[in-house]
Design a protein. Structure first.
Length: 375
């Protein structure tokens, strides 16, 4: 390989590792918030956006109905994004048998998306604190109580929580579970270091006043995804220092992995498609850093197989990146108690090179399909 390309590879790999190590230091210094105790006073609206989730929403609602948070202080709002299956009938049947106050809101706008569904639900809800989760998720019984306890501590304007994949069996599913551990650590570290770059809409809370203050999803409404990260950027700009990450195993929300590599790539393209619409320079910079680092390593890996030769720059870059990623994922698997996932670390690293390169390119140059819609 040309000397200039070797220098570029080492430069990007070094910058990538410095960023990861910086975030790891921030994660380690992030205090674990206390498990929920005491009396609560906050009225909560738990919103569950959904689209064609008849298979998943029963488990989600069972999980929600088992929450220890006082029923008198919590309402459940289903935000239906134009489902055309039995999601509504199944949900209503379950909720009618509960002691919770609830609403089922279906967006009337024929040109809808998840953000419009959430926005409609928020307008119809009454709670002081909005908590969002997805219809294909579950949580332990103290999840809401733990989030509210953290909120009542200092009345943060936004709280982001960890998300983990469960019931992973195939390599594809284990790869996703391992990736999620790393993403959750980076989400928490970014918030703690006052440089938030991502969060997950499956476990997110914010005050009604904050949502109204930033004019909701105004300015990001036409982006199919971004109900979480793009809103995080708006919140951070308006309320710097008033965002907190829920670092507590009681606050973890659980979801299922995408079935098969095709569905995984479609979902990740959807996530990545909001990248250059974030108007966040640091986010764009880190996205480019991660993409270029993995793309260059992929090119070098293919070149090594084709020409049966490996140069020193490639070896050093692989060692540095793999070591840094291993430290990150060790922290992640420790927090989620999924140490066995590290057995798949080496093959996952090589898959990541291809996966990040493909998604990075496809997110900007191709269409994608998600839940019966083409974007």
């Amino acid at each position: 390989m040309p000397v200039a390309l070797n220098v570029i590879l080492i430069t990007f790999t070094s910058a990538y590792s410095v960023y990861i190590l910086w975030q790891l230091a921030a994660w380690v210094s992030t205090p674990v918030n206390k498990t929920a105790t005491g009396d609560f006073t906050t009225r909560v609206s738990l919103i569950i956006p959904c689209r064609n989730e008849e298979k998943n929403i029963p488990n989600c609602l069972v999980s929600v109905l088992e929450q220890t948070y006082p029923t008198s202080l919590m309402e459940i709002v289903i935000a239906d994004d134009q489902s055309d299956d039995n999601t509504a009938a199944i949900s209503k049947d379950i909720l009618e048998k509960s002691n919770f106050k609830w609403q089922y809101i279906k967006t009337a706008d024929s040109i809808s998306n998840k953000k419009k569904a959430i926005e409609s639900a928020i307008k119809a809800s009454t709670g002081e604190l909005i908590i969002i989760t997805d219809a294909d998720c579950t949580a332990n019984k103290n999840w809401v109580s733990t989030i509210v306890s953290l909120y009542e501590e200092k009345h943060y304007q936004m709280i982001c929580g960890p998300v983990a994949i469960i019931n992973e069996y195939s390599f594809c599913e284990k790869f996703q579970a391992l990736e999620f551990t790393g993403l959750s650590i980076l989400a928490g570290a970014g918030i703690s270091s006052k440089t938030p770059l991502l969060c997950n809409g499956a476990n997110l809370a914010y005050t009604r006043k904050a949502f109204e203050r930033v004019n909701g999803f105004e300015g990001i409404q036409n982006t199919p995804s971004g109900d979480d990260t793009l809103l995080l950027f708006k919140m951070n700009k308006q309320f710097p220092g008033q965002i907190r990450y829920a670092k507590n195993e009681e606050s973890i929300v659980y979801t299922q992995a995408q079935y098969g590599w095709g569905n995984l790539l479609q979902q990740r393209i959807r996530w990545a498609s909001k990248g250059f619409k974030s108007n966040n320079q640091l986010n764009s910079l880190i996205s480019i850093l991660i993409f270029v680092t993995n793309f260059l390593l992929l090119v070098y890996s293919i070149g090594s197989l084709v020409y049966f030769s490996v140069n020193l720059a490639f070896i050093l870059s692989i060692i540095v990146k793999f070591t840094t990623d291993f430290l990150l994922l060790t922290c992640g698997t420790q927090f989620f108690k999924k140490h066995r996932l590290l057995l798949y670390f080496i093959p996952s690293e090589f898959v990541t090179m291809f996966y990040v390169s493909w998604v990075g390119l496809a997110a900007n140059f191709s269409r994608y399909h998600w839940k019966g819609r083409d974007y």
